[in-house]
Design a protein around this ligand. Structure first.
Ligand SMILES: NC(=O)C1=CN([C@@H]2O[C@H](COP(=O)(O)OP(=O)(O)OC[C@H]3O[C@@H](n4cnc5c(N)ncnc54)[C@H](O)[C@@H]3O)[C@@H](O)[C@H]2O)C=CC1
Ligand SMILES: CC(=O)C(=O)O
Ligand SMILES: [Mg+2]
Length: 611
């Protein structure tokens, strides 16, 4: 906490040194045009002198309000909303009227308001996008626009975009294919880049690449705003994505960060691999999630009763898609980099996966390239006693090309469920990235608690309706022993634990990539980095974990409080920028000795909305 206070002083001092130009100096807009421009509008906070200078006299009620009073008024009106979706709409409407007030409010009430602009409410906003759509935000680039993407980028009014979040809407949170209605996700992510990271709003650009949707309900909805066609696949799809990246490179350069968000996993891994070496880019679901999960695990290692060496853990993932594979890959890399194991293959042996076909093991059929590296050995005799025969798959399938080449003999094709896997493997950490609500049921959680003193249970699927278990379930069914975190927020939980039946309050952490991507992107911007490397995600995870203190751990929380997110982001940014400098991909130098980046550098660059 002392650390945080010092950082707060550094931040306040550096920010006071920044003197912003007056509105009259910033824009030629006057009168109603100015009031209708969210970038410059201050509503009733315009001073009487400004009103005179800017042609606003008579256009506003006579009283002058402070930003604090304006914030109170908005909080009051949010309190009157009947539903969370109404609160989302109120906030977006505020954003469209007065950007400074919106971001000040979001920053000052981040814990309270984030669930409305982000998960879970943003999921509902996407599902109902066509029905609640009012004003477009960002760019919609449809497949019909192919050949013209560079020209479309010129329609965007901002000159120096530094961070783009782009989706094709195929896997929006755990809600499936929402096509162009997924637009709410890049918008929401970038609001957090600004509020939690400190990137200036004008440097951000949300993009939807609309290639159609497989969601028939949407295609039949007269208010669906996207292209009315099934998804484009194959070479045409790849060429379209290529054209997009090349257009971005041409307009804003190869260090304009592109964050790939909520792509279906078949495209996600391929696009990431294709572009990561040629453009500053990362996939948030694969890599951002990995960083936050690793941060949470490193935090958990500090809990009494949890084995403090990561390589002594056994990780069982429910879900083997972008998030699961991304997390396992980063955990494995971390173990090697820390010298905890000799090789990455050795590290991967600690990671087990269950996908929709059950436990993944060497010789099992229906395994993609990414999953292949986590197909572990199980003795044939053991396999025969587990689960049930896999429907429609014969044992001979194991020697077919999609199975592990090393599995030369026939391997029993068994569908092994979560309960069997927990009994067999005794995982110390259970990580839910499956979109299957309630998959961590009372029996599974009780088994985890029977196997270990402090089992780690991360239910990462979003939104809340898809969480593998609730915080209450995790604590109740493990007698308060679970080290729990979740993708979407849960309120603190009070339960009675132990023989003395004392009531304890647990504060579950939010293991969401929001702890990482805003700081990561801000760090890339700080250093002017040209590439985003896996090592940077390790740096980000370590920076987050380093900020977890005793009081967080005492409450059962393995993340720093969300209210400190701007400090967390500043620290991540410094770590990322220094890693960029170390590996020669930074184009700027920090103010520290030998060009090191310092917290003061980060705070000085952080956007801090004020009139
Ligand atoms: N907390 C966070 O920061 C993040 C959370 N997520 C969440 O994680 C979830 C998964 O995301 P992705 O991995 O990107 O999706 P994905 O579609 O790439 O992977 C989903 C995986 O779940 C498996 N699955 C489906 N049904 C199953 C079943 N009945 N039993 C076991 N496995 C099953 C699929 O086989 C697949 O391997 C989503 O809900 C998403 O919102 C994703 C990224 C970040
Ligand atoms: C948080 C996030 O990126 C997801 O659920 O997809
Ligand atoms: Mg995502």
């Amino acid at each position: 906490m002392v650390g945080f206070r010092i950082r707060h002083l550094v931040r306040t001092f550096t920010q006071q040194m920044k003197k912003s130009p007056s509105i009259a100096e910033q824009t030629h807009l006057r009168g109603l045009d100015l009031l209708r421009n969210p970038r410059y509008n201050r509503g009733m906070a315009f001073t009487l002198q400004e009103r005179e200078e800017l042609g606003l006299q008579g256009l506003l009620p006579p009283r002058v309000l402070t930003i604090e009073t304006q914030k109170k008024r908005i909080m009051e009106s949010l309190g009157r909303c009947a539903t969370d979706l109404d609160r989302y709409l109120q906030l977006i409407w505020l954003l469209q009227r007065n950007e400074t007030l919106f971001f000040r409010l979001l920053i000052d009430h981040v814990t309270e308001l984030m669930p409305y602009v982000y998960t879970p409410t943003v999921g509902e906003a996407c599902q109902r996008f066509g029905h609640i759509f009012k004003t477009p935000r960002g760019l919609f680039i449809s497949f019909e626009d192919r050949g013209k993407i560079r020209k479309i980028l010129d329609n965007w009014p901002e000159k120096d975009v530094r961070v783009i979040v782009v989706t094709d809407g195929e896997r929006i949170l755990g809600l499936g294919d929402l096509g162009a209605s997924g637009a709410g996700i890049p918008v929401g992510k970038l609001l957090l880049y600004v509020a939690c990271g400190g990137v200036e709003p004008q440097r951000t650009l949300p993009v939807v690449l609309d290639v159609g949707t497989e969601n028939l309900e949407l295609l039949q909805d007269p208010l669906y705003p996207g292209l009315l066609r099934r998804r484009v696949r194959g070479a045409d799809y790849d060429a379209f994505v290529d054209e997009f990246v090349e257009a971005v490179q041409n307009k804003w350069g190869e260090n304009c960060l592109i964050q790939w968000e909520d792509f279906g996993n078949a495209n996600a891994f391929r696009i990431l691999e294709r572009w990561r070496g040629r453009h500053c880019s990362f996939n948030d679901d694969i890599q951002g999630t990995a960083a936050v999960a690793l941060a949470g695990l490193l935090g958990a290692l500090k809990m009494p009763g949890v084995k403090s060496n990561l390589s002594e853990h056994v990780f069982l993932f429910l879900g083997a898609g972008s998030a699961g594979i991304g997390i396992a890959d980063l955990i494995s890399l971390y173990m090697v980099k820390q010298g905890l194991v000799g090789t990455v293959e050795e590290a991967r042996k600690r990671c087990w996966f269950i996908d929709s076909k059950g436990l993944l093991y060497r010789g099992r059929a229906l395994v993609t390239k990414e999953k292949q590296r986590y197909a572990q050995d199980i003795a044939t005799e053991t396999l025969a006693t587990l689960g049930e025969a896999m429907e429609g798959v014969s044992d001979a399938t194991a020697s077919k090309p999609d199975a592990d080449a090393a599995a030369s003999q026939q391997v029993p094709q068994r569908r092994i469920g979560l309960a069997d896997a927990v009994r067999l493997l005794k995982p110390t950490a259970l990580i839910g990235v499956s979109t299957i609500p309630k998959a961590f049921d009372a029996d599974i959680l009780a088994q985890m608690a029977a196997n270990h003193e402090r089992p780690i249970v991360f239910a990462l699927s979003n939104p809340t309706s898809k969480s593998e278990c609730t915080a209450r379930e995790a604590y109740e069914f493990t007698g308060g022993r679970a080290v729990f975190a979740s993708g979407s927020p849960f309120d603190p939980v009070k339960i009675q634990t132990g023989g003395d039946a004392q009531e304890r309050c647990f504060v579950p952490g939010q293991a969401n990539n929001v702890y990482c991507f805003p700081g990561c992107g801000f760090g890339i911007h700080l250093a002017g980095a040209t590439r985003f490397t896996d090592e940077m995600f390790i740096e980000a995870a370590s920076a987050v974990a380093a900020l977890v203190d005793e009081s967080d751990l005492r409450q059962g929380c393995v993340f720093p409080p969300l209210s400190k997110i701007r400090d967390v982001s500043a620290h991540i940014a410094v770590a990322i920028a220094n890693e960029a400098a170390r590996t020669g991909v930074a184009t700027r130098r920090g103010s520290g000795s030998q060009g090191q980046f310092t917290p003061a550098d980060a705070y000085a660059l952080q956007y801090d909305p004020a009139y």
